[in-house]
Design a protein around this ligand. Structure first.
Ligand code: FMN
Length: 194
């Protein structure tokens, strides 16, 4: 059983990465494997609306690392999306990534690429727009026949400079509960599906 996290911060190993690692610690406790892909230093281009992905189960454009990350996502049992808040929403890289992921999934609907996987989203913010960012990322899961893991609050923690989110005690508790709930859901679904 494996959870793949996509971290769409422009800053490698920053606050969003810390939040993802905090969720991962709980998943590890439950024996679930994890991998984090950090998009820092890479640009994911937006969808070209060419519709050539129909029947191909992936984007046909090889100009960036989208195909590789998407492929990993289809193989995982759970998907954790992480983005800092940029301009009161998810980052442009996450927006571009999810545009393409949703179009590929929709154009290959019969393949059920994400059907019955577990999803969750986390965000790091300095001050405003965090709920928007989490909601925007969750729209992907909620349109892909997936199950959304909840927590004791929304997946938000506050901080500006790398490491600042460690001071947000409630934010980190929210991440721990999210990890526990994600593990619970993954295991319950795994037992049901045999
Ligand atoms: C381009 C850019 C836009 C930002 N816009 C917002 C914003 O609208 N609201 C906010 O609370 N923080 C904003 N921030 C601050 C980041 O969300 C914050 O520093 C966060 O902790 C960064 O996480 P990271 O270390 O994972 O990159 C912005 C930062 C950048 C670089």
């Amino acid at each position: 059983m494996k959870v793949l996290a996509v971290n769409a911060s422009a800053r490698k190993d920053g606050n969003t990465a810390i939040l993802i690692q905090t969720v991962f610690e709980e998943l590890h406790q439950a024996g679930i494997k994890t991998e984090m892909v950090q998009l820092a230093g890479r640009t994911i281009e937006p969808c070209r609306a060419c519709w050539a992905c129909g029947g191909r189960k992936n984007c046909v454009h090889e100009r960036d690392s989208f195909q590789d990350v998407f492929e990993k996502m289809t193989r995982a049992d759970g998907i954790l999306l992480g983005s800092p808040v940029y301009m009161a929403n998810m980052s442009a890289n996450m927006q571009a990534f999810l545009e393409r992921a949703a179009v590929v999934a929709d154009m290959n609907r019969d393949a059920g690429l994400f059907r019955h996987k577990v999803g969750a989203s986390v965000t790091a913010a300095r001050r405003g727009g965090a709920v928007n960012a989490v909601d925007a990322m969750n729209h992907f899961f909620l349109s892909q026949n997936m199950f959304l893991a909840g927590s004791s609050y929304w997946g938000i923690a506050y901080g500006r400079m790398p490491g600042d989110v460690r001071e947000d005690v409630e934010g980190l508790d929210t991440m721990r509960s999210l990890g526990q709930n994600m593990a619970y859901l993954l295991k319950a679904l795994g037992e049901r599906q045999g």
